[in-house]
Ligand binder design. Structure first.
Ligand SMILES: Nc1ncnc2c1ncn2[C@@H]1O[C@H](COP(=O)(O)OP(=O)(O)O)[C@@H](O)[C@H]1O
Ligand SMILES: [Mg+2]
Length: 336
């Protein structure tokens, strides 16, 4: 039987993914072997570029262990809630350390308890996903009080810190002098750009990785040919998360139809179900999807330009119309 989670079982080690893992491991190792200097890493990228998947990888390499004395949890990861407070973060960490009465005590008591437990449970690294929530977009303000608290936890607990999130997390770090001094250059999780030769090759490599696994079960046009690569690029804007959404739907449809053959029209149907409307590219406007036979699959400026806005919110679309002049690095995307 073909598993419904076939697509999730695929993990592609593209270069940014590898770099993120490697840089995180350096920090973890450093603290593990007694390093006392601050060791902080920022992992920055748009939504659906694979940041959380990287974190999953780190956690998998450093699993929680149960011992007679209690649990050992070398890496502790939480997702920062929107509008974080000291209380909510402390409680989240305590819960992750399996503390049952995590609600008990005042804020300073919870903090003291957390610092003690970090040592007891052998925590060497804290990971905070959605770190940009420290920055309040509506008021343009950083939650300085919470950021200061975190900085103290990192110092007193002698742990490394991995902060992952959208570009605005940079404001949180930049505006806190003491935090800023602890971070080196961030790792940027990119969306891939067709106009950049290296990124195009990497995009086709990612498709080849999925092709290999899916081909064990299905017959379909090669995903990593230049034509299909371009169709997928324009459909997903070079975002790995949109690619996996589409592939997942393709697999589900084929399983339900009990069909081993997947044709272009099946890609079209799955894409419309998975992201076409969600991304406000409505077929009702008379547009055809990149998987439609009538679509021009020869690389052209208009299609490449439109792809750079896939996955952006309306406000961002204005900022991110690059036309065919794609940035060469993802960092340039953010500086636009
Ligand atoms: N390197 C990868 N290999 C395979 N699938 C990936 C990879 N990176 C991300 N994905 C998939 O893409 C989707 C979005 O990734 P996610 O980590 O949630 O993005 P982000 O946290 O940046 O929004 C998920 O379904 C994830 O499994
Ligand atoms: Mg995420």
């Amino acid at each position: 039987m073909i598993p419904r989670n076939l697509v999730e079982c695929v993990l592609i080690s593209h270069s940014a993914f590898e770099e993120a893992g490697r840089r995180a491991e350096q920090k973890i190792d450093y603290v593990k072997y007694g390093g006392r200097e601050p060791a902080c890493l920022a992992l920055i990228g748009e939504s659906r570029t694979g940041k959380s998947r990287c974190i999953e990888g780190i956690l998998r390499r450093h699993p929680v262990q149960r011992t007679q004395e209690g649990i050992l949890s070398p890496v502790l990861a939480i997702t920062v809630p929107s509008k974080p407070t000291v209380k909510s973060l402390a409680e989240n960490f305590l819960r992750k350390l399996r503390v049952t009465d995590w609600e008990k005590g005042t804020e300073p008591q919870k903090t003291a308890r957390l610092i003690k437990l970090l040592e007891q449970c052998g925590v060497v690294t804290l990971i905070l996903d959605e770190f940009h929530h420290f920055y309040d977009k509506t008021s343009n303000k950083v939650q300085h009080h919470v950021a200061d608290w975190l900085k103290n936890i990192v110092s007193e607990g002698h742990v490394a810190l991995v902060a992952s999130g959208l570009q605005s997390l940079q404001s949180v770090i930049d505006q806190n002098e003491q935090l800023a001094g602890r971070f080196g250059a961030p790792v940027v999780m990119p969306r891939f750009f067709w106009s950049n030769e290296e990124q195009q090759a990497e995009w086709l490599g990612i498709l080849a990785g999925f092709d290999d696994v899916l081909r064990e079960h299905f017959d379909f046009p090669s995903l990593c040919s230049e034509e299909m690569g371009f169709r997928f690029y324009c459909a997903t804007g070079g975002l790995i998360g949109y690619l996996t959404n589409t592939l997942r739907q393709i697999v589900w449809n084929a399983i339900d139809d009990d069909r081993a053959k997947i044709r272009l029209q099946d890609f079209d149907r799955a894409y419309k179900q998975a992201i076409w409307v969600m991304d406000r590219r409505s077929a009702s406007k008379g547009e055809v999807t990149p998987f439609d036979e009538r679509w021009n699959a020869n690389p052209n400026e208009a299609a490449i330009g439109a792809a750079t806005t896939v996955g952006c919110h309306v406000g961002e679309v204005r900022e991110k119309s690059f036309g065919s002049k794609a940035p060469t690095t993802a960092a340039q995307v953010f500086s636009k």
